[in-house]
Design a protein around this ligand. Structure first.
Ligand code: SF4
Length: 336
């Protein structure tokens, strides 16, 4: 279901703008049922009250939590089952964050990612994206939503933008706490600037070498790292939020001195933060993560060279924490 369609149903049932906002707000705050009864009856017209049970039942049926996998770091990985039996992953992050999926599978095919292995299976509807937030809010408060789960949000732009608009308005999430993550699609740079809710941008860089990037991210748009950084910098200046560059650290691939020099050359003076994420092992790849000491040394060197760098570990690594691994395991294991 698209949010547009939900709005149309509400309007057909007699909802005015305030009623519509109220229902969307309650839904995105994890109250898919009985929203009418939580309000004085006089607030909603009788026709809307009559229609709400069926609308709410449809919203509740969009997604359910299939299984919960707590991590030692305070995160919780959720395997979310959709109405057609497909599954996606959401991750409750420490400090009230939530990572959501935007597609089942992904067409980009990053070599170090489990999700990229199966290709794109289908897009998520905007309502399915918001449903992940509503489900997570049944467990904890959510004040930040990052679109870094399964899928490339730029390949499902209409649905993701619709979800961002709802979360940034009725969903009460600060606009800079909505983080759109992309491998660098020019359509995303353009469209995001035009929305009334402008999210922060995370850009998966991973290397400063164009040839290596083509190998690691085989179906990402063919822009050079320089072109990507130029586009991203324009977005940062337009919105006032720093770009969050993402860099999965792969031993012997992108952890050398040449890359450190490349990063300094590309990012010096840019409005950004560089998140370095040591690779989390994925079955069937030859990649390994650099040693903890080497990761710290890279981050320290970059900080000394005045690149704001954070060393981060992906949440819930102890529970098959890389994107797509829970789903892959659930797909291999027959459900009971
Ligand atoms: Fe897609 Fe992201 Fe995985 Fe790359 S890392 S294949 S963009 S889900």
């Amino acid at each position: 279901m698209r949010i547009q369609e939900l709005k149309r149903r509400l309007q057909e049932a007699g909802a005015g703008p305030l009623h519509e906002h109220r229902v969307l707000r309650l839904w995105s705050h994890a109250l898919p049922r009985n929203s009418g009864r939580r309000l004085p009856e006089s607030f909603f017209p009788a026709s809307l009250l009559a229609a709400l049970p069926s609308i709410e039942a449809d919203l509740a049926a969009l997604a359910r939590i299939h299984s919960v996998h707590p991590g030692a770091d305070g995160s919780e990985r959720l395997l979310v089952a959709l109405a057609d039996g497909q599954t996606v992953e959401s991750v409750l992050l420490p400090r009230d964050g939530l990572c959501v999926s935007s597609q089942v599978g992904c067409a980009v095919g990053c070599q170090f990612c489990m999700t990229g292995r199966e290709g794109l299976l289908r897009q998520l509807g905007s309502a399915e994206i918001v449903a992940q937030v509503a489900l997570a809010r049944q467990r904890r408060p959510v004040r930040k939503v990052v679109f870094m789960g399964m899928g490339e949000p730029a390949h499902n732009l209409d649905n993701v933008i619709e979800a961002i608009d709802l979360l940034g308005t009725a969903g009460d999430i600060g606009h800079k706490n909505l983080v759109f993550s992309t491998v660098g699609d020019p359509r995303a740079f353009e469209r995001l600037k035009q929305g009334r809710v402008k999210p922060a941008l995370a850009l998966s860089l991973h290397t400063t070498r164009a040839d290596l990037r083509r190998k690691l991210l085989p179906r990402a748009p063919d822009l050079t790292p320089e072109e990507l950084v130029d586009e991203a910098e324009r977005y940062a200046r337009a919105t006032g939020y720093p770009i969050q560059y993402q860099w999965t650290l792969l031993e012997g691939i992108n952890d050398g001195e040449d890359e450190i020099e490349g990063i300094v050359r590309l990012l010096s003076g840019k409005y950004c933060v560089l998140n370095m994420i040591p690779f989390n092992s994925v079955d069937g790849t030859d990649f390994t993560r650099p040693s903890f000491e080497r990761c710290k040394q890279i981050a320290r060197t970059l900080l000394d060279r005045r690149i704001l760098t954070k060393l981060r570990y992906s949440a819930g690594q102890d529970v098959d924490g890389g994107c797509g691994q829970l789903r892959a395991r659930a797909t291999r294991t027959p459900q009971t």
